[in-house]
Design a protein around this ligand. Structure first.
Ligand SMILES: Nc1ncnc2c1ncn2[C@@H]1O[C@H](COP(=O)(O)OP(=O)(O)OP(=O)(O)O)[C@@H](O)[C@H]1O
Length: 917
């Protein structure tokens, strides 16, 4: 028959499998399953709506999410009402919501009574009907709604069966898909596979690929498939999971339908365009032969008999029959198409929903991420607090960037993160080729001055609360110490270093606190060059060197200029002055190399305007000289001497640090001027931060590793919790009394008595009131004695550098020439005062001891004087039980004895002129 297209299902399936085979199984099965589950849920919800309508003032949602579905049924009211409609009286008593007006919010806790009563009654009734139920707990947890959906669909099926007359025995078809025109076709085919699978699984739990080939062949034969089709189907399904097969088959069959429809459309179009024998174009009705085995047979019969006239009528009626059949098929196909479209729309809605949910999820993730950051920040703060409590020396590592003109093809620095740094090492440092160091913070080459300061700021601020702080920059020449502490040669707002920022911060806070605190801020700037302390704040170009007596409250070098500052511009002026005065000359390594340690000391005195408490804070900002080994500097002569001094003082710093680490009773602060200068900020009670600097250049890797090793050891040192230097108003009052008595004394002596340069009283504020009052009386008695003194203090005539020379026996040879000594004395230190003055004079000694120090043993002050006869004074020593004033006359000394502890003590030495002179 002309114009008739042989559409063979097998060949179409083969074509589809060949064209789309792999892609069919690539389809996202999970989303298909989810889609199927939502469709089933909507179907169950639709039926419930139809059955109960608005219930308890609430309309059950038509297309509920899984959560809405579960929560909507949780009270059991809807379920019981539906069941009662299906089977009147099945649930005899339904506990309704408390009142129609009061709607229980979804998800709100229901009364246990409602919950158990309704759900239990519902489930019991279902059981009696033989309808598959679910677990009561399924209503309480997400992700379990499929069992509830199954139950409702089963109930619907039961209802349908009942409405249809209830013939026979009702049997629920399990998880079969709800009937829908297009899908029905698809389901029938995929069920074939499911049957095969269930047959297979009843024989044991095996995956589809473990099917015996015979069984598969049998299934395919049942479908009337060709060999090649069988091979294609097998290929498609071989490695697939059993439960995924129906969906894969569905996809395949949908494709087949599509293909089939296309071909039909083409064919019909062709038929319409073929002129019939009577000259009329083909009718609009599609002419399609059938290709199911029986229909093919019929078609073949038609073809076979087409030559005989007798068979013409039969042929035509069969043809008519076939046409009708095909029309029905086309109708079916159209339905399928329509339902596919609906599915598509549903999918789109679902995707939209998912995209929205995803958006919400992303939003909550972003929220969680910001929360995580906050927690991290909090952790960091807590970590720092713990460090503060332990009193660890904090160590921050900073890596200098490559400088312009320096080759930077290779870099000695590997990974850097917040607290660790990896140095890439050549083979001589070990096989692993890298070393990892951990610090409190690591700043990479790109870190800005602002970032570095931000982590230092809290420490600096604590100076205003009365803490002693020491920040020092350590590292080899040219590694960036000056850059961190001061900034580059050309200073801008962004490039200024820690020093400027620290002071402007102090001004800022003091301004903010001006209603509660009044602060006086003053600075000293010194340099230690070749073990000599030099004042950098001189304007006359003089090379002033100062005595180096460690005194109290940070006035380590009392005679160095102490300049009050009130603004950042004051500071900038002073720093420029200091830098000009700083010793600097070229070495082979760095033009700006400084072979001196520079120290900017900031003294802060704050008075609490409400309670009168006085705070003293002192901060040393130290830019150390380069730490490299001498041989590397290739220096000789003066430079060699400088380098040796530097190395000596840095070793002394190391010794102090490690004695502190090992909690040695004696800490060798006095082995160098540097450690003497930093003493009050390196021991306990101070907050210390070391910036360790390294260069990224591979040729510096040796120095870098030794620098970092040193720094890592430093970071393990615990100094104990820092303490603020606070004087209570009592103490303050005492100080004022002393000051006024001293002034009265000075007046009384008619100007003969030079006022001592500084009067400092060392007292701790933490003692008990009882202790405090005993202290008060002691102080008063001391001051009374001072009052009774008639002699002027001795003029200063000693060589400062001889005072407290290297050894722990601090010779005061000629030292009695000093008006006043103030010294920090350690446990077990011995102060030795000696004089070559043989004149018969009375000496008055006064030892002021911090009251936190307990009394004696083992520490003594010896006064050595040569006897007039022997020319060499005997060493005399005696002990007194408590700090007080003793007279020493004519070579009779009353050595003072006291256990001084770590607290500084003040020793005043005064000479009383011989009577009558
Ligand atoms: N973080 C940085 N960013 C940009 N330039 C830097 C940085 N650190 C250091 N430099 C530059 O590197 C050079 C050497 O730095 P700097 O003078 O601070 O080293 P130093 O360790 O103080 O040397 P010295 O021991 O000689 O005093 C300078 O030109 C400085 O500006």
């Amino acid at each position: 028959m002309e114009g008739v297209l042989q559409l063979n299902v097998t060949s179409v399936v083969e074509d589809v499998l060949q064209q789309h085979g792999k892609r069919l199984s690539d389809i996202d099965l999970a989303s298909r399953k989810a889609e199927e589950a939502s469709l089933r849920r909507y179907e169950a919800a639709g039926w419930l709506r139809k059955m109960v309508g608005v219930l308890g003032g609430k309309d059950f949602p038509a297309q509920p999410s899984e959560e809405e579905f579960r929560l909507g049924l949780r009270s059991g009211i809807t379920l019981c009402n539906v069941l009662n409609k299906v089977q009147p009286g099945a649930v005899s008593k339904v506990v309704e919501a408390p009142s129609d007006a009061v709607i229980i919010p979804d998800g709100a806790a229901l009364s246990a009574y409602q919950y158990f009563e309704n759900i239990r009654n519902f489930l019991d009734a279902l059981e009696q009907l033989g309808v598959p139920a679910f677990e009561a707990s399924d209503l309480e947890q997400g992700g379990k709604s499929s069992r509830i959906v199954n139950c409702i669909l089963a109930l619907r099926s039961y209802n349908d069966w009942k409405e249809g007359g209830g013939n026979g025995v009702w049997k629920f078809g399990g998880s079969s898909k709800p009937p829908s025109s297009g899908k029905q076709f698809v389901r029938r085919n995929s069920d074939l596979f499911m049957n095969s699978i269930s047959r297979n699984s009843s024989m044991g739990e095996r995956s589809f690929c473990s099917f015996s080939s015979g069984e598969l062949e049998q299934d395919l034969n049942e479908m009337g498939t060709s060999n090649s089709l069988r091979v294609l189907v097998r290929e498609l399904l071989t490695d697939k999971k059993r439960e995924d097969i129906p969906l894969i088959m569905e996809n395949m069959l949908s494709k087949v339908m599509e293909e089939f429809e296309n071909r039909l459309a083409i064919h019909n179009e062709q038929v319409r365009n073929i002129p019939r024998e009577d000259g009329v174009l083909g009718s609009n009705e599609p002419i399609i032969p059938i290709d199911t085995p029986s229909e093919l047979e019929a078609s073949n019969i038609t073809k076979h008999n087409s030559g005989t006239e007798n068979d013409t009528f039969n042929g035509e009626s069969k043809h008519q029959h076939l046409v009708e059949h095909q029309q029905r098929s086309v109708q079916d196909l159209k339905h399928t198409l329509l339902s596919a479209k609906e599915d598509m729309q549903m999918l789109q809605i679902k995707y939209q929903e998912e995209v929205n949910n995803l958006g919400k999820h992303l939003h909550s993730l972003a929220h969680a991420a910001s929360g995580y950051q906050k927690v991290q920040e909090e952790n960091r703060k807590l970590y720092n607090q713990v460090q503060d409590l332990k009193g660890n020396i904090r160590v921050y590592c900073r890596v200098r960037p490559f400088l312009s003109g320096q080759p930077n093809r290779t870099c000695a620095v590997g990974d850097i993160d917040e607290r660790t740094i990896t140095i890439l090492t050549p083979s001589k440092y070990g096989k692993e080729g890298k070393k990892l160091f951990t610090f409190n913070k690591v700043f990479g080459p790109a870190s800005s001055q602002e970032e570095v300061f931000a982590d230092t700021q809290p420490l600096i601020r604590s100076v205003l609360d009365g803490y002693n702080v020491c920040i020092f920059a350590y590292g080899q020449t040219g590694s960036g110490k000056t850059h961190t502490m001061t900034g580059p040669a050309e200073l801008t707002k962004e490039s200024v270093g820690v020093n400027y920022r620290a002071l402007s911060d102090l001004f800022l806070i003091s301004e903010q606190r001006k209603n509660t605190f009044s602060y006086d801020i003053s600075v000293q700037m010194m340099e230690i060059y070749n073990e000599q302390v030099r004042d950098l704040l001189v304007t006359d170009g003089s090379n002033k060197r100062y005595p180096f007596d460690i005194i109290l409250n940070g006035f380590n070098v009392p005679n160095a200029n102490l300049v009050p500052v009130t603004s950042t511009s004051d500071v900038i002026y002073l720093m420029n002055l200091g830098h000009k005065n700083r010793a600097a000359s070229s070495t082979s390594m760095n033009d700006r190399s400084s072979r001196s340690h520079s120290c900017l000391t900031v003294h802060v005195q704050g008075k609490d305007l409400t309670c009168g408490t006085v705070l003293h804070g002192c901060m040393h900002l130290v830019d150390l000289a380069g730490s490299e080994r001498v041989d590397k500097s290739e220096v000789v002569g003066d430079r060699l001497k400088e380098a040796q001094h530097i190395n000596k003082s840095l070793s002394a710093l190391g010794d102090v640090i490690f004695s502190l680490a090992q909690k040695h009773p004696h800490v060798p602060y006095r082995n160098s001027k540097l450690t003497q200068l930093l003493q009050d900020s390196l021991g306990g009670q101070a907050k210390t931060l070391m910036f360790v600097h390294i260069s990224p250049q591979p040729d510096a890797v040796g120095e870098t590793i030794s620098t970092l090793k040193f720094a890592e050891r430093v970071s393990t040192i615990e100094l104990g919790a820092a303490k603020a230097n606070k004087d209570s108003s009592d103490v303050k009052e005492l100080k004022e009394q002393i000051a006024s008595l001293k002034a009265a004394l000075a007046r009384k002596e008619g100007g003969e008595v030079e006022e001592t340069e500084r009067v400092r009283v060392v007292m701790s504020t933490e003692s008990s009131p009882a202790h405090s009052s005993s202290l008060t009386s002691r102080r008063q008695s001391l001051d009374n004695q001072q009052l009774s003194m008639t002699s002027p203090p001795w003029p200063i005539s000693m060589e400062d550098d001889e005072v407290f020379s290297k050894s722990r026996r601090h010779s005061l040879d000629n030292g009695l020439a000093r008006t006043q000594y103030e010294a920090v004395v350690d446990d077990s230190d011995e102060l030795e005062a000696a004089t070559s003055d043989s004149s018969e004079l009375d000496y008055q000694w006064q030892l002021n001891v911090p009251r936190s120090n307990s009394m004696p043993n083992g520490v003594g002050i010896k006064v050595k004087r040569p006897s007039p006869k022997q020319k060499k004074g005997p060493e005399l020593r005696s002990q007194i039980p408590s700090p007080t004033t003793r007279r020493v006359s004519n070579g009779i000394r009353t050595p003072l004895h006291n256990k001084l502890g770590r607290q500084p003590a003040t020793i005043d030495v005064r000479r009383k002129p011989a009577s009558g002179k």
